[in-house]
Design a protein around this ligand. Sequence first.
Ligand code: UT7
Length: 332
Amino acid sequence: MKQPGSGIAIIGSGSAVPATSLDNVGLSRIVDTSDEWIASRTGIRQRRLANPTLSLAKLAAEAAQAAIDQANLAPTEIDLILLATSTPDDLFGTACLVQAELGANRAVAFDLTAACSGFVFGLVTAAQFIRTGVYQNVLLIGADILSRWVDWSDRRTCVLFGDGAGAVVLQASDRDRLLSFELRSDGTQNHYLNLAFQPQPKEMVDDIAIGQGNFHPITMNGQEVYRFAVRRVPEVIEKALFRANLSTAEIDWLLLHQANQRILDAVGDRLKIPHEKIISNLAKYGNTSAASIPLALDEEVRQGKIKPDDTIVTAGFGAGLTWGAAIFQWGR
Ligand code: UT7
């Protein structure tokens, strides 16, 4: 028997992107590429880029404040802040900086890293705290400034990524709006997509050496990641649909991590979900990693396309490798 209030409602969304945008023509002045190649292979036309003074915390807090406002809450009513990111301002954690920025002084705050699956993994993590009755109001943010870590001389990766942030507020509710989920990880395929620390040995005293160094820019095997996404994402969605006892015909929107238009279309085709139900904004923003799902969600909500009670299938996939799907209904 469920306790009253042990369900989850998603009651607000917000997003923020840097003001500066770089289109494909601009990018072709940096690497040997073209608007035609990028648009036809990925659907991406431009991406937003954070200037050197824009922190991840500031970008995340802007998206978060918009979500809190839409939820009609005050920052002091937030119990927990989860920041899904792979590009923190501080490796010790950036969620606390967001908490301070918002003045959400009652909230516990921590980072969660699952790359482009970060938002879906965060949604499920937030749900556990609500379902156990521990917290009432949870702020979940997906934010990334991948431009910090892209190799801007590698045309196979640099054309894909952009910067942004998106957020949602989840609240304990009698009516449970998170219908099902399915999460997966496979570290044996980690090497296909990396932003890895590369230690240099440093001698200390006697026989003691440690590793110090830096993170090296993103490396990716695009074809393998493509294959993985098109195969694995429909599987987890089908599993989540089965758990929710829903057919694809009962789904209003397919909201996938915005990595590549060809991946969105291929997943939609495999699931027999018509293209008009597939949400896509990657032409404007590229792949914004943990931000991509909540950023697209917020745009559709604010444009009135996603309406209260609409049933949404969302799925994230990427480095780890990680992937996962969740099915939820929008609104209180
Ligand atoms: O969050 C998850 C993140 N990652 C992904 O979602 C990536 C998934 N993978 C993909 O989206 C695609 O694999 C890419 C868009 C990255 C690449 O598309 P592709 O159709 O798999 O291209 P390819 O790697 O097979 O390359 C085809 C050709 C190659 O030339 P050759 O060897 O056939 O002469 C590349 O050198 O295209 C060339 N190429 C480019 N040409 C112009 C690769 N990148 C570019 C570029 N501009 N930016």
